[in-house]
Ligand binder design. Structure first.
Ligand SMILES: [Zn+2]
Length: 231
């Protein structure tokens, strides 16, 4: 079972359970590019992504976008990310949009998928992605509406779901999973402690989609392999 989004380099995040056969480890900015690379170096099934998360854009300058480009060229990440827009936590929307737009450009130039963080910003995220016709990737921890999901599906983006889906009362999110084709869904644990959460997410998707847990895991694994071009 593949975990499409886990911050394994964070101190509070535990190693995955034995049922996890591979992981995608996104970065949050220049301060942890080295640690995500190091954290994936010993294992062929651990893959890192390089990017600048919207929460940390204030620690970054123009030169860091150039440095990101150099590191992508040298280190060959499986994706650019995580990057995106967070209109709740970060006030400066213009700088966020600029940094995200530049990272979409980098991803398309290197033919890489994006790992996107989007909070209360799905309209703007979608507009920016649409302005780069070759952009592709996953909206992790999806929290938008069904209508917004439909727009993102039209441009072939995928959707990551994690622990918030496990909540039996998360009706809105359950409806979105019901609406989405299983081919567009990947599972993740993000920055959470509990390594068993991944199987709980798969179980919840199975219940909503009326599939077996094995069918969900097989399909989500295939989706993750397709998005990140991994074996
Ligand atoms: Zn994350």
């Amino acid at each position: 079972m593949l975990n499409s989004h886990i911050h394994l380099d964070f101190d509070n995040v535990n190693s995955p359970s034995s049922s996890t056969t591979g992981v995608i480890v996104p970065s949050t900015g220049k301060d942890n590019w080295d640690s995500v690379i190091a954290c994936c170096s010993a294992d062929n099934n651990s893959h890192f992504a390089l990017g600048i998360h919207p929460w940390f854009i204030e620690n970054h300058q123009m030169i860091d976008l150039y440095n990101l480009e150099v590191r992508i060229e040298e280190e060959k990440p499986v994706a650019v990310g995580e990057c995106g827009l967070d209109y709740v936590k970060v006030k400066d929307q213009n700088t966020q949009r600029f940094m995200f737009d530049e990272q979409i450009s980098l991803a398309t130039r290197f033919d890489l998928p994006l790992i996107i963080h989007s909070v209360q910003a799905t309209e703007d995220v979608t507009d920016l992605l649409k302005s780069h016709s070759k952009s592709r990737g996953v909206i992790h921890a999806y929290s938008g509406s069904i209508q917004q999901a439909e727009n993102l599906l039209k441009i072939n983006f995928s959707f990551g779901f994690g622990n918030t889906l496990i909540n039996p009362q998360a009706y809105k999110l359950h409806d979105i999973v019901k609406f989405l084709p299983i081919e567009s869904i990947v599972i993740e644990t993000d920055d959470h402690k509990n390594p068993d959460e991944l199987i709980q997410v798969a179980e919840r998707v199975a219940r909503i989609k009326k599939l077996t847990v094995d069918e969900v895991i097989d399909q989500c694994d295939q989706n993750t392999r397709n998005i990140f071009n991994i074996d």
